[in-house]
Design a protein around this ligand. Structure first.
Ligand code: FES
Ligand code: FE2
Length: 328
């Protein structure tokens, strides 16, 4: 008689809530579009969270991120146009200013006070338009250690979305084992679990290592929230920085945006081209894994302790959806 197969019960930590679970999304900064996708006088539509937003830029050059649907009878403002500093609905020509308020109806009726769009906290940094899922940002985008106007930047949008929530890619930064296994980094020291600086929203740490081809790297890595991570430091003899952002076009998906950066100055194009090539190669290394991963916190070891602590932050991260009545 065959003996029954004995196998251990799978280890599963408390599940990490998926984006959109209970109708809520993590309160983070998310990239929405490249700055170059919205020039002055343009409006575009972008899927975000479980709905749609528009980004419009008026004569004043300021990009606004608002709910996409007109409060009159619901036309999509992305097929409207920009008039001065307002976005105008194509259907009956109601106009909205950057505060989201209707300031004009097409036929001259006084604009109803309740006719307003949801305006996301937004900003443009590193050639990318970002929006915060919330009424007020809980934290800021990072500084690269060099003033933004001294940076020569290559902003990009990955050619396709990935089939996982944004925090899955964000969890790459505290996942030191993957830096070695996937990206071929050899640390010059023990894993720096004990020198990590934690705060309420994320972490920062320094790693000295040798990358593929033996290139020495000395990088500060960090992330805050679930919508972006960054690094800055030296790659061989080049000072460089990078921000990688994870847009949230719908639950269970993320769209990678990013910016590779070097200091402005002689040879800036060659240095940036080198960093661009490394950025493209690195995302290519992550691509298949992140697109197919069925991420769950299962059996972790001591070498995963920084990742485990970050996953606890993700699990408990504030979730909200104040734009829900507007963007769907
Ligand atoms: S639906 Fe937008 S003005 Fe009527
Ligand atoms: Fe990675």
């Amino acid at each position: 008689m065959d003996m029954p197969v004995r196998r251990p019960t799978p280890v599963r930590s408390k599940p990490i809530p998926a984006e959109g679970e209970d109708g809520l999304f993590r309160q983070s900064w998310y990239p929405i579009c490249l700055s170059t996708e919205v020039t002055s006088g343009q409006v575009i539509g972008v899927p975000f969270l479980d709905g749609k937003v528009v980004v419009f830029r008026g004569d004043d050059g300021i990009a606004h991120v608002t709910s996409a649907y007109c409060p009159h009878v619901g036309a999509d403002l992305s097929v409207g146009k920009v008039v001065g500093n307002h976005v105008q609905c194509a259907f009956h020509h109601w106009e909205y200013d950057g505060s989201g308020q209707c300031v004009k109806t097409g036929v001259g009726d006084p604009p109803p006070q309740s006719a307003c769009l949801f305006v996301f906290p937004s900003q443009e940094r590193f050639g990318i338009v970002w929006a915060f899922n919330g009424e007020e940002p809980l934290f800021e985008l990072p500084d690269m250690g060099v003033p933004d106007d001294e940076l020569h930047i290559w902003p990009y949008k990955y050619h396709r979305p990935f089939h996982s929530d944004p925090w899955v890619f964000a969890a790459n930064t505290p996942d030191m084992q993957h830096l070695k296994a996937v990206h071929g980094a050899k640390f010059d020291h023990d894993d720096p679990h004990d020198t990590i600086k934690w705060d309420e929203w994320g972490l920062e740490y320094n790693v000295k290592a040798h990358h593929q081809g033996g290139v020495p790297i000395d990088w500060n890595l960090g992330l805050r929230g679930t919508g972006f991570f960054w690094r800055n430091g030296t790659y061989g003899d080049i000072w460089c920085a990078a921000v990688t952002g994870f847009g949230l076009p719908s639950p269970g998906m993320h769209q990678v945006f990013g910016a590779a950066m070097v200091r402005k100055g002689p040879g800036q194009d060659e240095r940036l081209a080198r960093m661009r090539a490394i950025t493209e190669r690195t995302i290519g290394e992550d691509d298949a894994i992140l697109d197919t991963i069925h991420y769950r916190q299962g059996v972790l070891t001591a070498a995963d302790r920084t990742l485990a602590r970050y996953l606890t932050i993700v699990r408990n991260f504030p979730r909200a959806h104040p734009s829900a009545p507007y963007i769907r």
